[in-house]
Write a protein that binds this ligand. Structure first.
Ligand code: XUL
Length: 540
């Protein structure tokens, strides 16, 4: 008999499916629907719609659902044994909110397999588009909520994070303030993860503790909705939110629509969906101390497993619930792959050329520094996008390439200092982790070995693994996390990139240089030029 598990990843640019066969330890199917390419009628670029000086960034909930039907249609055509899927879970880009009226649940309960879902729920949205994690238009609401909760430190202690522009609470408050009537008509507000889970479940699904902690609405210790946070965000909010659940809860069985239309097994279990970063924690096998992951995707994130709650009282980092029931630390960059793309496209290079050129320049890049805020940045907080350069000419091809990669990792090293532990090992994931030259720079800057796996979509894999864990718990054939993870996260066959010890000192000094450049631009610090000259004199 088959023990298949399906992991879905509803990310910024695509919807991906991974099916794993637990018995043969193989990924038997993977496929992605790319929103720009496969659903051109939504006119997204990189899966998003940008308006208003780069601050308002939305996407379309109907597009994600349309992608789901297309994906399952392809699987059926390919004669994938959907009958054999024992459980499904999923991953969503974090923080995005979906606003729905009271027809939504009824519609989900009565979906006709003769039509597509998108055509049956299109009158259920009280807001056609969803603000997503890249949106940075809620500074006013962040301030209001933070002040009501007693300031930054109190907000962090209560919710695990300072208020952030992209977090769901400030976004909900903005919708309430600017579209009060539509807010009143909204009967349920989902996250991307719980919305997609609801579609599969045929009724409103809960928000899990992992994604729930990215809202500024959940008490990070009790893992319950916090009344003070709810009140400071918008009226009657509790009634409009789904329940919270453990990430590992079985939330029900697959809805008849999918059984009739695509041939799923009526006994297929659904496990709560979570955010992409919590899923990646499992998909990279991060269930112990001392190791962290860097995910180089549309967003770049740096995250690690925490046995106990650890807060960044300086306000840059986050603590989220981990799928194991513990916690995870995280910092997030908006200028991840889109910033690397900007440089690559400016010089019309392929990725292979980009990597070749990256190698030709020595570590330290002759003291050339870039602060790459092509888009508003999250860490450090930069609301007005602008790119700052030190000793770096506009048309210096190799200098710009080396600078963007070095400076992204210098920033990660600098802004993850609050996590305190120097990682013993870094696991790399996300699209750009396929690029060995980029990871060599990371290894040298952190002076830590970097491990990369054959599978770069750790969010989809993590979702499939989570569904397997919950399934075996459910049928009382429990397996621990290591037993689940070790079957698919292949440590033996992973590629290890060793740091070059001779660059340790150079990068320690360059970190100071980077810190000074940032302080100069963002905190009116001292001009870093004399320190930069010293750095150049020392190493070049
Ligand atoms: C995390 C974050 C991003 C999104 C993008 O806080 O905002 O990593 O989850 O996928």
């Amino acid at each position: 008999m088959f023990d298949y598990f399906l992991g879905l990843d509803c990310s910024t640019q695509s919807l991906t499916a991974f099916i794993i066969d637990f018995n043969s330890k193989k990924i038997i199917y993977r496929h992605s629907i790319n929103y720009d390419r496969d659903l051109p009628h939504y006119h997204t670029k990189n899966g998003i719609i940008i308006s208003n000086d780069n601050k308002v960034i939305h996407s379309y909930p109907l597009m994600w659902v349309e992608a789901l039907d297309i994906l399952f249609g392809i699987m059926k055509k390919k004669e994938i044994q959907l009958q054999g899927i024992k459980a499904i879970s999923g991953s969503g880009q974090q923080h995005g909110t979906v606003y729905l009226n009271d027809k939504f649940e009824k519609k989900l309960q009565n979906l006709s397999p003769n039509e597509f879902i998108v055509d049956q729920i299109n009158d259920c949205l009280t807001r056609k588009s969803s603000p997503i994690w890249m949106d940075s238009s809620t500074s006013k609401q962040c301030k209001e909520i933070r002040n009501t909760l007693g300031g930054m430190r109190e907000t962090i202690k209560l919710t695990g994070s300072n208020t952030f522009e992209r977090f769901s609470g400030p976004q909900i408050r903005k919708f309430y303030q600017e579209h009060t009537e539509e807010y009143i008509k909204t009967s349920i507000i989902h996250l991307v993860s719980s919305y997609m889970a609801s579609i599969l479940l045929g009724k409103n699904a809960p928000i899990d503790h992992g994604d729930g902690s990215g809202m500024n609405l959940m008490n990070i210790e009790t893992k319950q909705w916090d009344n003070r946070a709810l009140k400071s965000t918008a009226p009657s909010l509790k009634e409009k939110l789904p329940n919270l659940s453990n990430s590992y809860d079985v939330i029900g069985k697959i809805s008849p629509y999918f059984i009739e239309k695509y041939g799923f097994n009526p006994d297929t279990l659904l496990v709560a969906w979570s955010g992409d970063n919590p899923n990646s924690l499992i998909g990279t096998g991060l269930i112990g101390k001392g190791k962290v992951a860097i995910s180089l995707g549309t967003s770049d994130t740096y995250f690690g497993y925490l046995k106990r709650l650890l807060l960044d009282l300086n306000g840059e980092g986050h603590v989220f619930g981990a799928p194991t029931g513990d916690y995870m630390s995280l910092i997030c960059y908006k200028n991840g792959s889109l910033a690397r793309e900007k440089i690559r496209q400016k010089f019309s290079l392929s990725w292979a050329q980009f990597s070749e050129i990256l190698k030709t320049i020595p570590p330290g890049n002759y003291g050339k520094i870039i602060l790459p805020y092509f888009y508003p940045e999250i860490v450090p907080l930069v609301l007005e996008p602008k790119v700052y350069k030190f000793g770096l000419e506009e048309n210096d091809l190799a200098g710009n390439i080396r600078a963007i990669i070095e400076c992204q990792f210098l920033s990660m090293r600098l802004h993850s200092e609050w996590i305190k532990e120097k990682p013993e090992e870094i696991y790399a994931t996300g699209g750009a982790s396929a690029n060995r030259e980029i990871l060599q720079v990371a290894a040298d800057i952190f002076n830590t070995k970097v491990r990369r796996f054959e599978i770069t979509n750790s969010a989809a894999l993590g979702a499939a693994l989570r569904s397997a864990k919950s399934y075996y718990d459910y049928i009382k054939s429990s397996k621990n996390w290591s037993q689940i993870i070790n079957k698919f996260v292949n440590f033996q066959q992973s590629d290890i990139i060793l740091p070059n010890i001779k660059y340790k000192e150079l990068y320690d000094m360059m970190l100071e240089l980077y810190r000074k450049c940032e302080e100069y631009i963002l905190k009116k610090g001292k001009n870093p030029e004399s320190f930069r000259r010293k750095f150049i004199k020392n190493y070049f």
